[in-house]
Design a protein around this ligand. Structure first.
Ligand code: LLP
Length: 425
């Protein structure tokens, strides 16, 4: 059966249910997430990192059902706010398997993490180390990972590049800040530093860049062993594995990245006579992106002076800000009826009051697309619902989960009373 990612045929279905039927039942715009696809990708990563640890980056997409699937598949979970933690908690996600991230965790985030007893907190600044210390000691020391800057450029969009110097995440290895941070937490009562963390960015297509970062961080582990006599048992190499949005886009396979990263870590450790640490990876998009598809209804068709065809849909940058943020592009499919005309390059645009509110540029769509038609945009399971907004006071779409031929509402559509509830003035 077609997964949400490679929609094919006239009667496009996901998880055994035609998208047109889901659109009739739940309305549009609609996010659909294929539970089976999510679970399969979890298993592929688990198999590729057998003996290691796979942490799903909840920022890609999180709701209670998703947290349960992740928990059942044996993955750990990355949260980066008290809000994400609250969802994980409501799903009963095991505290020990939660990693808390964030370059600027608030005192509330940190308190929530410690109250729930999350397994690890990834420290990202000296101020945070002080804030954590000020929260007081718990029964057991809080395990920490220290996020470092490996000085590797992930080579994707600048807004997603996090492994280079002079950006806001982590402690610089090159400047000595990382070594200094390690010094501060080693031997501080109440803390147990268990490892180093790095994340070089997102939508990265070259495994070699991950290998380079891994070697750089193992090098720091060796220095820490030499200077402090401490052998850190964990190495978290972050996420960022690319998925294809358009046909022909590169992707990173879990098996290949698992094999090459583990080999790079083993060989770097051997050269320093370091024991091989437990390797952790944190895929977000690679787990959930392809499980998701968004369905819109066409509201209008226009032709510009130059001949460009604009198809307007009932969603836009409030449910998919990625084109305006990163210049992302998507494929689009007509759903629910057979086309009667040839395809032509079409610009699919949203309903928001901005010219940059575009869903897809030069998508190939039948020339007979008309108001009332349904369009499906695959590969929207990561960073779509989680980054959705109420811009123009548009209500955020629902998320429907499908599995075994059944659809189930996971997140309901927002209502106008949801929008008014916070307006208390
Ligand atoms: N670990 C850390 C510490 C991260 O910051 C992220 C993503 C991940 C793991 C997961 O990265 P992934 O495997 O999903 O690429 N909103 C952007 C991407 C920014 C991701 C931020 N951090 C997008 O829509 O493409």
């Amino acid at each position: 059966p077609a997964t949400a990612h490679d929609l094919d045929g006239d009667d496009i279905s996901v998880g055994g249910i035609p998208l047109a039927r889901l659109a009739d039942r739940y309305g549009t715009p609609l996010h659909v997430v294929d539970e089976t696809d999510v679970r399969q990708r979890c298993r592929a990563f688990k198999a590729a990192f057998a003996g290691g640890e796979v942490v799903y980056a909840g920022k890609a997409f999180l709701c209670r059902a998703m947290a349960r699937w992740i928990a059942e598949e044996g993955l750990s979970l990355d949260v980066c706010s008290a809000g994400e933690l609250a969802v994980a908690r409501a799903a009963g996600f095991p505290a020990k398997r939660i990693v808390m991230h964030g370059n600027a965790k608030t005192p509330e985030d940190l308190r929530a993490a410690m109250d729930y007893g999350v397994g690890r907190i990834v420290v990202d600044s000296t101020a945070e180390i002080s804030r954590l210390a000020a929260l007081g000691r718990r029964a057991a020391p809080q395990r920490l990972l220290i996020r470092v800057i490996p000085g590797v450029d992930g080579g994707s969009h600048p807004a997603m590049t996090t492994g280079t110097e002079d950006q806001k995440f982590g402690f610089s290895i090159a400047s000595g800040a990382a070594a200094e941070a390690v010094r501060r937490v080693i031997g501080q009562r109440g803390f147990e530093p268990v490892g180093l963390h790095c994340h070089i960015g997102s939508q990265i297509t070259s495994i070699e860049l991950f290998e380079r970062a891994a070697v750089r961080v193992v090098d720091l582990m060796a220095t820490i062993r030499d200077e402090h006599g401490v052998t850190l048992p964990q190495l978290d190499l972050g996420g960022g594995f690319a998925v294809p949005y358009l046909s022909g886009d590169a992707e990173i396979s879990p098996a290949a990245v698992g094999e090459r990263l583990m080999a790079a870590v083993r060989s770097a450790c051997a050269s320093y006579r370091l024991p091989v640490p437990q390797v952790t990876v944190e895929p977000g998009r690679a787990i959930s992106a392809r499980a998701g598809v968004t369905v819109y209804r066409v509201l209008g068709v226009k032709r510009g002076l130059s001949g460009r065809v604009f198809v307007t849909v009932d969603g836009g940058m409030s449910d998919n800000p990625r084109p305006s943020l990163y210049g992302a592009n998507y494929t689009v499919r007509l759903v629910g009826r057979r086309a009667t005309a040839a395809e032509r390059a079409t610009t699919v645009v949203g309903r928001h009051c901005e010219a940059g509110d575009v869903i897809a540029r030069d998508a190939l769509l039948p020339a007979d697309v008309r108001p009332g038609d349904l369009l499906a945009v695959p590969c929207t399971g990561a960073y779509h619902h989680s980054m959705s907004s109420n811009y123009n006071l548009v209500r955020r779409p629902p998320v429907v989960g499908v599995a075994g031929g059944n659809g189930r509402l996971l997140i309901r559509r927002e209502t106008e009373s949801d929008l008014l509830r916070r307006d208390v003035g």
